[in-house]
Ligand binder design. Structure first.
Ligand code: AMP
Ligand code: MG
Length: 268
């Protein structure tokens, strides 16, 4: 899965990443592997909480219909809902806009023993904000370095940061938008705004390429996830996350005394 990781200071051309890549795997096998990874993630999350030492932040970014919600549902399937928080970032409020763009984000970062998923993130401030010219270039162009410094602060304070860009093709997006139009169970997700954003596909692509080129750091790497096949997308995210958590070598805390001889007293 390392091949989906962007090394620091790489100039990324998304044309070199196939959204339909499945690494030669079949759907059935991928789904079985994801189910096994779900069980490992469940155990790792419990260990994370019990040990109370590390903090884990997962950032999900994608084009509309890219599958952020699907990743949250499938990768964290069976994980204790008490152990994972999702923070979604939509249009900023007046109050948020009266502050710096990280102000609304920082309170949602994970504390010790916590795992937080960002469903969109501070990266919107160099994506939609850039594409729509919501602030001048002189302002957004400074943000890459600011974001790197801020993420470094989080990492130095004990946060493991993993950032996933769910990469779909325009053809796949067309199918997913049509499904949202035609399937009554998906219609609630249909948004004309998404159609307008589709008209800015190449501007978003350029904005994502700059994000990936400038903000994949040793302390907060980006992964470009082939996301046309949902089952492969889930496998890449689940594998990367489980590997990262296992490399923390977490352990249940030592009670500091031998408890094996402790008697459970009768109820009073
Ligand atoms: P959704 O994820 O479908 O609920 O949509 C959230 C919307 O909020 C998207 O259209 C984002 O582009 C938008 N959004 C998120 N962050 C920002 C931001 N910092 N400035 C402007 N729009 C944003
Ligand atoms: Mg949307």
């Amino acid at each position: 899965m390392d091949r989906y990781r962007i090394p620091p200071d790489t100039t990324v051309d998304l044309a070199a990443f196939d959204p339909g890549d499945t690494a030669g795997l079949e759907e059935k096998e991928a789904k079985e592997r994801v189910a096994a990874l779900n069980r490992r993630l469940e155990g790792l999350q419990e260990l994370l909480y019990a040990e109370g030492k590390h903090r884990v932040l997962v950032v999900l970014q994608a084009t509309d219909t890219g599958g952020k919600d699907g990743v949250i549902r499938h990768v964290f399937d069976g994980v204790n809902p008490q152990g994972v928080k999702v923070a979604s970032f939509g249009r900023p409020t007046e109050k948020a806009l009266a502050h710096d763009y990280l102000w609304r984000v920082h309170p949602h970062t994970p504390g010790s023993g916590e795992m937080v998923i960002f469903n969109r993130s501070h990266y919107e401030d160099v994506l939609v904000v850039r594409v729509h010219g919501l602030v001048p270039e002189g302002v957004w162009s400074r943000r890459y370095a600011q974001i790197n410094a801020w993420e470094r602060l989080l990492a130095e304070e004990g946060t493991t940061i993993l950032k996933f860009f769910l990469h779909i093709s325009p053809e796949e997006q067309a199918e997913r938008l049509a499904a949202r139009r035609d399937d009554p169970a998906k219609r609630w997700k249909f948004s004309r705004g998404d159609l307008e954003e589709r008209g800015r596909w190449s501007a978003y692509r350029a904005a994502y390429e700059e994000v990936l080129s400038r903000t994949s750091t040793p302390w907060a790497p980006w992964y470009v996830v082939p996301a046309d096949r949902k089952w492969f997308r889930n496998l890449v995210v689940a594998t990367t996350l489980v590997d990262a958590l296992e490399s923390l070598h977490m352990a249940y805390p030592d009670p500091g005394e031998d408890l094996t001889a402790v008697l459970i007293p009768p109820a009073g």
